[in-house]
Structures are given as C-alpha cells and as structure tokens.
Design a protein around this ligand. Structure first.
Ligand code: NAI
Length: 297
C-alpha cells in the first residue's frame, strides 16, 4: 500500500521551518496541494515575515509540487477565516489540517508572568482551536477531514520550566479526544503527534550527536500516516529519530467501597491498591469512564 495525497488539500500551520516544513514537503511530494502557513516570527513569538513560508513554497514548486504561502497568525480569527476562504475558493476543498505552529516562553513557574502563560496558550491551544473551527464545517460538509494536533512529551509527562507549554500541549489531547467523537459520523478523524526533532525549538536542548539523528523528516512518516485516508482517530503517537510509540491515558481498576468506608483514611490505607496498574484500561469516552464508576456501585 502506497500512501498518496493526490487531489487532497492540506493546511500546515507553522510550516516555514522545522517540523511543519518537513510535513509540507512530504505531503507535496506525495501529491497534496499544500498551504504553507507561517507567521514567521522568532522562537518566542515576536515579529513576523512571510519569507520563511515562501521559501518552502518555492522548494515545493521547484520539485514539481503545488503550494501557496500564507502569513496568518493561527490565533487571529479573522486572518485564519480569510486563509480558509481563499483556499476553498482557489482549490475547492480542505482535507487536511496540521496544527503545528508553536512558540516557547520557558521559565520556572516562579518567574513566569501570566503574559508568558497566556501567549503560549494563545498560540498552541487557541491557535489550534481557531484553525480547526475554521475548517470544521468544510470537512463535515465534504464528509472527509483529517486533523492533526501537536502535543509534546512536556504535555504528556511534564518538563522543568515549561508550565505554560505543558498546560497548552496537554489541552490539545483533550481537544482531540472530543473532536474524534464528534467528527466520527462525518469521516473527520483527529489525531495527535508528540514529536521529538532537531529544530530551532530544541537546538539548545539536545546534544549535537543526538540532534544529527533527529531531523524533522524522521517525524514526518507518523504525521503523514495520521492524516492519510487510512488514518485512525483518537491516537496520540510519539515520533522522532526512528522511534514510534503510542501514549495512552489509562485508568486503574481502583477500589469501590461502601459509604461508611468513604474516608480519607481508607484512601490513605488503600492508595497502593488504587494505584495498582494491573488490568488497567483505556476508556473510550469520559462518559464510559463515569458509567464504569457508577456501574461498580
Ligand atoms: P519551529 O520553531 O521550527 O516551528 C514553529 C513554527 O511555528 C515557526 O516557523 C513559527 O514561525 C511558527 N509560528 C509561531 N507562532 C505562529 C503563529 N501564531 N501563527 C503561525 N505560525 C506561527 O519549531 P518545531 O520544533 O518545528 O515545532 C513545531 C511544533 O512541534 C510545535 O507545536 C512544537 O511545540 C512541537 N514540538 C516540537 C518538538 C521538537 O522536538 N522539535 C517537541 C515537542 C513538540
């Protein structure tokens, strides 16, 4: 089976460099028409320029592909709507959205200002919400859509100095979970990637020997699968340097006790049992998890 994207239209946000560029090039090489969106600012989100996106478009067209550059900020509702309307008019449909744009404002929580927090949430979380909202109706009407969120090991597992980023990144997993339920009837599938790659975001965080093996092109295969026709839905996949894993939010079997035992002392005494991972499961929905808890009564 060869995965192709002929006649598919893809928007990749933050595609002027790093991972987004790798996704855009890979999608175009396999037949997709690609919107290379990038605000073109610095790593902390300051400034803007269309030139980074245009360079990627030039690379795609030089290789015989089709692409357009767009400089909308992902969290600017009016600019995103304009981008979507333009793409719809020019190419007639939107099949794929990769929410990839991002910034960093790393500091310990003690030193982090609320503005540092809001800016990061605004780009990662609200940017993904804004772009997804703008294409959602288009995808429902087409009865075809593939959306990819970008989380991070920081969101899934935590990382010193990244409280704002971790909060925004795990929120995207929550967003995906509900969208994959709401989109199911319309063949709109939503997944999440947790990449690890050498980009300007990580160039000072990983040793050079590691960076060499972790080019963004090592993440692209997972991203492409997760937005392909064969895509699953509701999957969180970690990818980088040849490694591909899945992350799950699991639930332990826990304990179920009578009203007279519902005390903090019972919890303290049986905390190990509550935490025991033997037989843990992954509920399909929040409702299913609630139902299971009630069913055990
Ligand atoms: P990058 O800094 O090279 O790429 C991010 C791109 O987003 C930049 O080109 C930037 O101009 C663009 N951007 C920033 N704010 C924007 C806005 N408001 N509107 C439109 N574009 C905007 O970094 P990288 O590593 O390629 O990051 C891509 C995504 O992957 C980000 O969401 C990042 O958080 C995530 N990620 C990356 C990891 C890594 O190891 N590189 C690890 C975990 C997650």
């Amino acid at each position: 089976m060869t995965i192709r994207f002929d006649n598919r239209v893809a928007i990749v946000t933050g595609a002027g460099g790093g991972l987004g560029r790798a996704y855009a090039l890979a999608l175009a090489a396999r037949g997709a028409k690609v919107v290379v969106n990038d605000l073109g600012g610095a790593r902390d989100g300051s400034g803007s320029s269309l030139s980074a996106a245009q360079l990627v478009v030039d690379e795609i067209t030089a290789a015989g592909g089709e692409a357009m550059a767009n400089g909308a900020s992902v969290s600017d509702e009016a600019a995103v709507e304009k981008m979507v309307a333009f793409v719809k008019e020019r190419w007639g449909r939107i099949d794929i959205l990769i929410n990839n744009a991002g910034i960093l404002r790393d500091k310990t929580f003690a030193k982090m200002t609320l503005d540092d927090f809001r800016q990061v949430v605004d780009v990662h979380l609200m940017g993904s919400v804004t772009c997804t909202k703008a294409v959602w109706e288009v995808m429902r009407e087409q009865a075809y859509g593939r959306i990819l969120m970008t989380t991070s090991s920081t969101g899934l597992y935590g990382n010193f100095g990244q409280a704002n980023y971790g909060a925004a990144k795990l929120a995207l997993v929550g967003l995906m979970k509900t969208l994959s339920l709401e989109g199911a009837k319309y063949n709109v599938k939503t997944n999440t990637i947790a990449p690890l790659a050498a980009t300007r975001m990580t160039e000072d965080l990983m040793p050079p020997a590691m960076l060499e093996k972790m080019g963004p092109e090592t993440v692209a295969p997972a991203a492409l699968y997760l937005v392909s026709e064969e895509a699953p839905t509701n999957v969180v996949m970690n990818a980088g340097g040849g490694g591909f894993e899945r992350a799950y939010v699991t639930l332990t079997r826990g304990i179920h006790v009578a009203p007279e035992d519902m005390t903090p002392e019972t919890i303290a005494a049986r905390f190990e049992e509550i935490s025991d991972r033997k037989g843990e499961i992954v509920p399909d929905t929040g409702g299913a998890q609630g139902g299971m808890a009630l069913g055990a009564l």
